[in-house]
Design a protein around this ligand. Sequence first.
Ligand code: FE2
Ligand code: FE2
Length: 275
Amino acid sequence: MRLAWITDPHFDHAKLETWRRWADDLIAFAPHALVTTGDISEGDDVAYQLRCLVETFDRPIYFVLGNHDFYGKSIAETRRLMIDLARDYDHLHYLTDSGPVFLTADSVLLGDDGWGDASEGDYLNSTVRLSDFELIQDFRADAPETWRTILQREGLDSSKRLQQKLVALPAEVRHVLIATHVPPFREACWYEGHITDDNWAPFFVCGHVGAALRQAADENPDRFFTVLCGHTHHEGDAIILPNLIVHTGYSRYGTLDVESIINLGSDGFRLPPAW
Ligand SMILES: [Fe+2]
Ligand SMILES: [Fe+2]
């Protein structure tokens, strides 16, 4: 089982020539499936880019959405459109709307979008103003005083959906691969080799998802949890518990990469750099 992992491709920033070269490389790696951890593009272009991927890459494509993918619409409407789109194609799977996918007899892939949920850092004194607040309908339509509640709600909803999938896993599952956009722990929120400060943390950590993952790992010490995320565009690994590790992926606007061709050994998922 070999899985190609990409994060934050922001395809709308890549030239067609770059996309073609990247797609050729991806196919040459001959992975069994592709996992995408969000910020595929923005607005209507997200569906277009996913269609291009589906038509180019004839293997299962598993994705979650990042904050940029919601630009131009409401969170709920974007999710509805993505659920409909995934139903149009046999090999396109929106993990937020899907149950665990068995990769082997004892390993599964599951996921959820996640959201920077104001659970870490200093929200009230933060100077960060993401474009999300201008470009996502939920925030645009509401006064800034309500934004914190919306962020918390999104984080909590994500964690509840994930928790449902995690608690229902059959006993034989030993390895769980989790795809999400936002780093679920402050320790996994990398920026230039350091972890986030209090100014950025409210928007770059999904603490509710982190709590659900920590609980699952605590309650199942013989099960290994490997998390893939992005959002910060800066790479790093964080060992949260002996059986819970988070990989945060690299990205740069205008370039396209494959983070890793993930394989599964007896000791769990291995993530060698793809290049
Ligand atoms: Fe991004
Ligand atoms: Fe993002």
